[in-house]
Design a protein around this ligand. Structure first.
Ligand code: HEM
Ligand SMILES: [Cu+2]
Length: 579
């Protein structure tokens, strides 16, 4: 990422020059990044409050909410977190990657404001309807599986939000095309922007599938269409709902590369390979959508087998490439600084108090070791049967989308405060600790959920005593313990969440207005990215610089994965007593 000399930015927009990075920042883009990021944080706040209520309800010993409020809150939490928080933040990220990182002007800022308003109105509408619509029209979960029928305004809210998001994605494309035409940057597009572009491409077909699912459903809710085929709905819903997670994945990985560059000056060891890994996502990751439908009747064996075939693992391969490439880049950068002792001297001497670095490591470790391993099991046709619709599912995705994506976004947002909000970061030592507390909490939440699921606790279920059920079901007593682990983890994670919100809100509302002076927040004045004090940048690492420590971590990962994966096959073998 060269930041020294940049070609002149395009005309027709107001720019300032960032004193730290030398980038030309379009002021219209800057304002839009700010409002989208603020909206994201507001929904994180609401969704976080709901998270507390949910965790205290699923923690069976407390069982806080009555059934109807549990399902309403579950609907609100799913939407506010997975849709509103993440997508608002991604739109901010797209404008950052498309305009700021490329020195370019944001194309059609007025339209971008319109997109923003559509998204805000849509999200508010969904939230209000979830709480006030009659129970069976409000508590439909964010999946709103047909024949459940939500309130028409609920569907309308989802559609408005999605249209706004689609417009934002097109503005991003128009911006990067214009940047290329107006030659606002030199050489090829920076890797971070490239990753965001991959996310945006996935977003297009994701949002179009969403339209195919939601528009007919909306028409059905106002009586124009007589009925909707549930299998049709579920297929298109998941062509939207699952790739939506791949947008998050690609955006998160892009941010990982960014955080590694900012905090230790890491350069991808083989940038072409990293780009190729993003391209693998584009082609193969959508196959994973089928895992939601593996126990559905109606889909043929051929359909299920194709979608769970080896091709799915090409997307996993993409993730494995990133999972090796990023720590290897960090290791090489650290070794070039002179931290060459032993296998892990580079890690020991890393900037652990710098929130961008700790979020990077915690997010990668929890995403990979917990989220990735459990995800592959869920995507494998046979062993999916053991996990389907149990608490292992929320256990899996709280490791991916919360401990992974949300934490990475939190880490990245700290840097937006000085660079884009142009305010002094307040409560800096809280920002240093926050990733650890949130990460620890989410690790316990995920593990508690996964272990509960392994013992048969269903997801989305208020009454695990199954009172009045025609068949008696008793869950093992140990579920009390695993659910308590989840509950305690939730309390810790909520503390981490409150710390995050406190840092951000205090900085945005009361932080001193000033121009950024350096890229890092806690580390000394040295600026790993700009300083380029690293000799041999761009050369193949050799000898002392080769990423041996990362190789060892990679082997540990593969072994962990094998143990979890194979023990599931073993469990499957014990599931049926065929003699
Ligand atoms: C402190 C942080 C959080 C805690 C303690 C938490 C806890 C929970 C709990 C207890 C459930 C209910 C599981 C069930 O009964 O099936 C749940 C569901 C869910 N959570 Fe979280 N959560 C947190 C943050 C997040 C974030 C940041 C996201 C997304 C980015 C998220 C996405 C979801 C989704 C999609 C569901 C499923 C909703 C559904 O089944 O319809 N959560 N969460
Ligand atoms: Cu999925």
């Amino acid at each position: 990422m060269a930041v020294a000399t940049m070609p002149a930015p395009s005309a027709k927009a107001d720019f300032r020059t960032c004193p730290v990075t030398g980038l030309k920042v379009d002021l219209a883009a800057e304002r839009l990044i700010i409002v989208n990021a603020v909206a994201a944080v507001v929904f994180l706040l609401i969704g976080g409050f709901y998270a507390l209520l949910l965790a205290l309800t699923r923690w069976q010993a407390i069982h806080l909410l009555p059934a109807d409020w549990f399902y309403r809150v579950l609907t609100g939490h799913g939407f506010d977190m997975l849709v509103a928080w993440i997508v608002f933040f991604e739109v901010a990220g797209l404008y950052f990657g498309g305009a700021v990182m490329l020195n370019a002007r944001l194309v059609a800022p007025k339209v971008a404001w319109l997109a923003y308003i559509l998204m805000v109105v849509g999200a508010v509408l969904v939230n209000v309807m979830t709480l006030v619509a009659p129970f069976d029209q409000g508590a439909v979960m964010f999946t709103s599986y047909v024949p459940l029928q939500a309130h028409p305004l609920w569907y309308l809210g989802v559609i408005l939000f999605a249209v706004g998001a689609l417009v934002a994605v097109f503005i991003f494309f128009a911006t990067i095309i214009t940047a290329k035409k107006e030659r606002t940057y030199e050489g090829s597009m920076p890797l971070v922007a490239f990753g965001l572009m991959a996310a945006a491409i996935i977003a297009v077909y994701t949002l179009l599938s969403g339209a195919v699912a939601y528009v007919p459903t909306f028409l059905w809710s106002i009586g124009i269409l007589p009925s909707i085929d549930p299998a049709f709905y579920r297929n298109f819903f998941w062509s939207f709902g699952h790739p939506a997670q791949q947008i998050n994945l690609a955006a998160m990985v892009a941010i990982w590369y960014g955080l590694a560059a900012v905090t230790v000056g890491a350069n991808p060891v083989n940038e072409k390979l990293s780009r190729f890994a993003f391209i693998l996502y584009l082609f193969f990751i959508n196959l994973g959508s089928a895992h939601h439908l593996l126990v559905d009747p109606g889909y043929s064996f051929a359909w299920k087998a194709t979608n769970t075939s080896y091709a799915m693992y090409l997307a996993v391969l993409g993730s494995l490439i990133h999972a090796f490439s990023i720590p290897a880049a960090v290791e090489v950068a650290q070794r070039r600084r002179g931290f060459t002792s032993g296998l892990f001297g580079w890690l020991k001497n890393a900037p652990w108090r710098e929130p961008g670095f700790s979020t990077l490591v915690i997010s990668m470790v929890l995403f990979g070791f917990i989220g990735g391993t459990t995800g592959v099991v869920i995507g494998t046709e046979q062993i999916n049967l053991l996990a389907h619709n149990t608490m292992r599912l929320p256990g899996h995705f709280h490791a991916t989308v919360v401990a992974g994506t949300t934490l990475a976004f939190m880490g990245f947002s700290y840097y937006l405060i000085p660079l884009i909000f142009r305010r002094k970061l307040r409560l800096v030592s809280w920002a240093s600790w926050q990733p650890y507390i949130f990460g620890l909490g989410m690790a316990l939440v995920s593990i508690g959920m996964i272990v509960s699921g392994l013992q048969g606790v269903p997801r989305r279920h208020w009454d695990i005593t199954f009172s009045g059920a025609p068949i008696d079901v008793t869950l093992p007593g140990a579920t009390q313990i695993s659910l308590a682990i989840m509950g305690v983890g939730a309390l810790i994670a909520i503390v981490g969440g409150i710390m995050y919100l406190a840092v951000i809100l205090a900085s945005v509302l009361t932080g001193q207005k000033e121009e950024a002076r350096r890229l890092t927040l806690v580390m000394s004045d040295q600026n790993p990215l700009v300083e380029h004090a690293l000799p041999n940048v761009g050369k193949e690492p050799e000898g002392k610089e080769s990423p041996r420590g990362t190789l060892v971590i990679g082997v540990i990962f593969i072994v962990t994965f094998m143990i979890y994966y194979l023990s599931n096959w073993w469990l499957l073998g014990r599931g049926w007593f065929i003699r």
